[in-house]
Design a protein around this ligand. Structure first.
Ligand code: ADP
Ligand code: MG
Length: 256
């Protein structure tokens, strides 16, 4: 792979739930170090795109390409499934997802939460995983919370633990689905700060967010979705500063 090969390429993605077509031909590319944000109204298809990208959801048509490697499908075009379980695992572990509701294991400590997947899914050495898990928890500012359970933490601390858990997979890219939406405003900022730090480190990220300031500040590229299609996209200065589409103008004025 040359260094210019995109980490993630989504080409002409189509996804339906039964007869409801929710993604109608979407192209997204994230090169190494790119931060790509997806914005748009509720129901426009943002989460679905992230879930299709890391193969949590099947899609019906189009290509998903991870570091130059297209997902292999079996079956008919409209009822296809991923053909190669190892490839699915490789892509899923390399595009590590952070969810709105944190999804931490309630019965595991914070340290155990971060260690779980590297040990059980990737089969890494427990001692090495523990050392790096502690480092990732330090990095997100909760290194002192290793031995407590998720319920003992604030929402902002839980989300930072979830980010440490995603980092512990040492993924090629991080996918965030509304990472601050479940948080009170005063806790949102501690998560925003972690995301900004990751962006300035040059991490490749796709971020679904309702936080236009975050999208403006961290993104290299912003995509505005409307009903399963890209309505407008561009660099944040242009997209937010001089939106062309009337729908985007309306959307932005409704979020201010
Ligand atoms: P967003 O994240 O932009 O709010 P979603 O990707 O969650 O939008 O949803 C896109 C569309 O797909 C919506 O119309 C939603 O109702 C529909 N949808 C999402 N998940 C499912 C599902 N599991 N079954 C049926 N329809 C779904
Ligand atoms: Mg969503």
């Amino acid at each position: 792979m040359s260094d210019t090969t995109p980490v993630i390429e989504i080409r002409n993605l189509h996804k339906a739930y039964g007869s409801l077509e929710v993604i109608k031909g979407v192209d997204i590319t994230a090169k190494r170090g790119d931060v790509v944000s997806l914005i748009g109204s509720s129901g426009s298809g943002k989460s679905t795109i992230l879930r299709c990208a890391n193969l949590l959801e099947d899609s019906q048509d189009g290509d998903i390409v991870f570091k130059g490697e297209p997902v292999k499908w079996s079956g008919q075009a409209m009822s296809r499934r991923p053909a190669d379980a190892k490839q699915v695992l490789r892509i899923r572990t390399n595009l590590s997802m952070v969810f709105q509701q944190f999804n931490l294991w309630a019965h595991l400590t914070i340290l155990e939460n971060v260690m779980e997947a590297p040990v059980t899914v990737l089969g890494r050495d427990r001692g090495e995983v523990e050392t790096s898990a502690r480092q990732y928890l330090d990095k997100v500012g909760i290194g002192d919370k290793c031995d407590v359970y998720p319920a003992q933490l604030s929402g902002g601390q839980q989300q930072r633990a979830a980010i440490a858990r995603a980092l512990a997979m040492e993924p090629e890219a991080l996918l965030f689905d509304e990472p601050t939406s479940a948080l009170d405003p005063e806790l949102e900022q501690e998560v925003v700060k972690v995301i900004k730090d990751l962006a300035s480190e040059g991490r490749t990220m796709m971020i679904v967010t309702h936080d236009m300031k975050l999208a403006h500040d961290v993104s290299d590229h912003v995509i505005f979705l409307h009903q399963g299609l890209i309505e407008e996209e561009g660099v944040p200065e242009t997209l937010f500063g001089a939106p062309k589409s009337e729908r985007l103008q309306q959307f932005l004025s409704s979020t201010m």
